[in-house]
Design a protein around this ligand. Structure first.
Ligand SMILES: [Zn+2]
Length: 117
């Protein structure tokens, strides 16, 4: 037998199939050799870990968390960790934004007080 060493990926949902399984354990799609697609050859762009991280921290913030939770390539532990990081990141970002607004306001006041009309 020359079974590939790498786990097969379900062509329907991209879940990693158990070795030797004929059907996907997640969605029930048949797993024959012609449908065995390595994750690197036909990835869904939103399952790319870097896309998810980029969306999470630079585009959608906590609204990207569904991408994390629906991503079959991330383990449950990583999903929980990313969720916590995203929540902390969001709180810090809000605090930073409020501090910046306050700093801008303070400097505006300082600038205004130097004007002598
Ligand atoms: Zn599947």
């Amino acid at each position: 037998m020359d079974e590939p060493v790498t786990s097969r990926i379900c062509f329907m949902c991209e879940a990693v199939a158990a070795p030797g399984a004929n059907y996907c354990g997640q969605c029930g799609a048949p797993l024959n050799r012609t449908h065995a697609i390595p994750a690197s050859q036909n990835p869904k762009w939103y399952h790319n870990v870097w896309v998810v991280l980029f969306m999470l921290f630079f585009v959608l913030g906590p609204f990207a968390l569904p991408l994390v939770w629906k991503n079959p390539r991330l383990s449950r532990g990583i999903q929980i960790a990313l969720t916590l990081v995203a929540v902390v990141y969001t709180v810090l970002l809000i605090q930073l934004t409020m501090r910046m607004l306050q700093a801008v306001g303070d400097s505006m006041n300082a600038f205004n007080s130097t004007l002598n009309f």
